[in-house]
Design a protein around this ligand. Structure first.
Ligand code: ADP
Ligand code: MG
Length: 243
């Protein structure tokens, strides 16, 4: 197993609010890590720090031997290698589905429109939306939009994918299709960090589950260890509330 990402003593404060209190986390290549924890515990802040949407207050985030938390790092390059999918899909509603997916490869990677559109079509097929290339964003359901958002992130050929509660804003009947796309991605060997409350997904797909509470990792382990034999009392309480 080779190490893909190592977070060391990551601290993030907003004013006097100490949100991440020294996070240490290692993720291996091809590993799927699911992060669980109460609302407000710092899960989104952690993910956002990993692709520098938040600037860490201190600590290091080493990806492929480069500390992306250091000041001199090229943020665009960091973001090219780390795809992120949010709870709210953030698609550009003035662009078609295909154009949404092609935008970053054309603008940032200087791909030709032909290359980018061929790849966009291929990606739409992998998320089960091959007929939607020319569709408007508004014509899609929430679940379809989220699958387009996943395709858009994949268009940059990232080697890590971050998901921040990708199904929380969806109607229940849409959740399965999005999780299926994520499961597929995991099977293909994508390194993934997923914040989710979908415990079925965590049990089935996660190699490791990490419990974050109040800006700290209180326990981590296999899904079986975490769900069947949780040791930490706060984790036990949390699981009792959500399961
Ligand atoms: P979670 O994703 O686990 O619900 P968040 O990372 O979103 O938690 O938030 C953790 C804490 O950080 C909350 O107290 C939130 O108010 C605070 N926070 C998050 N982003 C900001 C920000 N941009 N400015 C100030 N406080 C923030
Ligand atoms: Mg959050």
């Amino acid at each position: 197993m080779s190490e893909k990402l190592r977070v060391t003593n990551l601290v993030k404060t907003f004013g006097t609010n100490n949100v991440l209190k020294g996070i240490n986390l290692t993720v291996n290549e091809n590993e799927v890590v699911v992060i669980i924890g109460p609302s407000g515990s710092g899960k989104s802040t952690l993910l956002r720090a990993l692709n520098r949407l938040e600037e860490p207050t201190s600590g290091s985030i080493v990806i492929d031997n480069v500390d992306i938390a250091s000041k001199g790092v090229d943020i665009d390059t960091v973001r090219e290698n780390i795809g992120m999918v949010f709870q709210h899909f953030n698609l550009f509603s003035n662009l078609s589905v295909g154009e949404n997916i092609m935008l970053a490869p054309v603008e940032l990677k200087k791909e030709t429109k032909e290359q980018a559109s061929a790849q966009a079509k291929k990606l739409l097929k992998t998320v089960g939306l091959e007929e939607k290339f020319d569709a408007t964003v508004q014509s899609l359901s929430g679940g379809q939009q989220q699958r387009v958002a996943i395709a858009r992130a994949l268009a940059m050929n990232p080697d890590i994918m971050l998901f921040d509660e990708p199904t929380s804003a969806l109607d229940p009947e849409m959740v399965g299709d999005v999780l299926a796309v994520m499961k597929d991605l995991a099977k293909k060997g994508m390194t993934m960090i997923v914040v989710t409350h979908e415990m079925g997904f965590a049990k089935e797909v996660a190699d490791r589950v990490v419990f974050v509470d109040d800006g700290q990792i209180l326990e981590q382990g296999t899904p079986d260890q975490m769900f069947e034999h949780p040791k930490n009392e706060r984790l036990q309480d949390f699981l009792n509330k959500i399961l």
